[in-house]
Design a protein around this ligand. Structure first.
Ligand code: NAD
Length: 389
């Protein structure tokens, strides 16, 4: 008898709502799965927009009541793509109802909320076997997954340096007061949005933890932005932006190496440069999402002919995730990272092993602790150790 389909409920219908809908829609077409996802219910706030969204993407039902949906007996997996301050309430309610939960990053808008989510995840796993997943989707860029595998195979040896930056430039003075600039909703600005990704990437690729923040700077360059909420009497006026536009920090790695991180929405000239470089005693790796189908590798053992080599990660079926897609060198894009993650989520729920390790809530809490410690270091101007989870 064929296994039961996996009934998915998605919360959120905008940027991530579209990326995740595409993933659930496509995943069974490209990957061989033990269970088929069923796009059961999508949740949003605007009834008319929601009906059109559900129709366009193939969600069978839609609802403006997230609580009722995440506790619905028919739902197996709750997928959270809402603003950061909603994650904890929605995830905890779903976990208490015994659902598997896949949540967007950062795990939460605050460390306390993230800790509460992990506590609920531990209880729910013990009671009903519910699994948690976090959409650090860049782990499933084939080049980043390959970097992880190469480090596991010893390609770098001891790691001396990790240098990571996530550079965007959309947050100038003309950008309105979106939820991303509201500290109560987002928790932080470029920091939780972008540093979260590169902290996770460095942890994932090196296999090491960040043990201390040695120093940090936090800056809000644009302190007021125009209110755009049509329902607000303040619409058109300016109000305070209460998050950082940029945060940079220096850190120590558990293997003895040092690391730097920089996230900004004001790096004029860069649009989505999510990049890292890792230098070890045997070799080095570098990656830039703006050239996402390439991984650069330097091997000390090449001796006098050593030099950076550019690996086309879409060439050769042995590279992670690539065999599910196209013939050699037919490039992949941003959306494929979400499809790859959806495949691994279903594999894990079905009892299988993901292609590369998947962050659960406890894993994402480690990243959240680093985020929190970096802001504390910036505000108190002192080094801050990072608590182990
Ligand atoms: N993994 C990635 O690459 C990536 C990229 C962008 C955003 N994100 C994360 O995804 C999450 C959502 O970001 P986004 O860019 O999609 O935001 P968005 O503003 O584009 O969409 C947010 C959605 O949440 C809905 N929503 C808001 N409050 C709600 C509520 N109370 N109940 C139900 N729905 C509600 C909105 O109606 C909207 O559909 C954030 O946590 C963000 O950090 C991740």
């Amino acid at each position: 008898m064929a296994p039961e389909p996996l009934n998915v409920a998605l919360l959120g219908t905008k940027f991530m709502g579209r990326a995740h809908s595409n993933a659930w829609l496509s995943v069974a077409k490209f990957f061989d799965l033990d269970r088929q996802p069923n796009m059961h219910t999508v949740v949003g706030r605007n009834e008319a927009e929601l009906a059109a969204f559900a129709h366009r993407w193939g969600w069978a039902e839609h609802s403006v009541d997230w609580h009722q949906t995440v506790t619905d007996d028919r739902i197996d997996l709750v997928d959270i793509g809402t603003p950061n301050n909603m994650h904890a309430d929605q995830a905890i309610a779903a976990l208490e109802a015994g659902k598997h939960v896949a949540c967007e990053k950062p795990l939460a808008h605050s460390l306390g909320a993230a800790e509460a989510m992990v506590a609920a995840a531990v209880q729910s796993y013990a009671k009903s076997g519910a699994r948690t997943f976090v959409w650090f989707n860049y782990r499933r860029v084939p080049a980043v997954a390959l970097a992880h595998q190469l480090v596991r195979r010893g390609a770098l040896g001891r790691v001396y340096h990790a240098r990571a930056a996530y550079l965007q430039s959309w947050g100038g003075p003309d950008t309105p007061l979106l939820w991303r600039f509201d500290g109560d909703v987002a928790g932080s600005g470029a920091h939780g949005d972008l540093n979260a990704h590169i902290i996770d990437a460095v942890r994932f690729v090196t296999g090491e933890e960040i043990t201390a923040i040695e120093g940090a700077v936090e800056e809000t360059f644009i302190t007021e932005r125009q209110v755009v909420d049509p329902g607000s009497s303040a619409s058109g006026q300016k109000d305070a932006s209460t998050v950082d536009d940029a945060v940079a920090f220096l850190a120590r790695l558990s293997g003895g190496g040092i690391a730097s991180f920089e996230a900004t929405r004001l790096a004029t000239g860069y649009h989505n440069a999510n990049r890292f470089e890792i230098h070890g005693e045997r070799g080095a790796l570098r990656f830039d999402f703006e050239r996402m189908n390439e991984l650069e590798y330097y091997n000390v053992d090449d001796g006098p002919t050593a030099g950076w080599r550019t690996i086309d990660v879409t060439r050769g079926a042995e590279h992670p995730f690539v065999d599910a897609w196209w013939p050699d060198s037919h490039g992949l894009g941003y959306e494929h990272t979400f499809v790859n993650q959806a495949a691994d989520i279903i594999t894990m729920i079905s009892g299988g092993t993901p292609v590369v390790p998947m962050p659960d809530f406890a894993d994402a809490l480690r990243t959240q602790r680093v985020l929190d410690a970096a802001l504390e270091a910036a505000r108190r101007r002192v080094p801050i150790p990072v608590d182990p989870v």
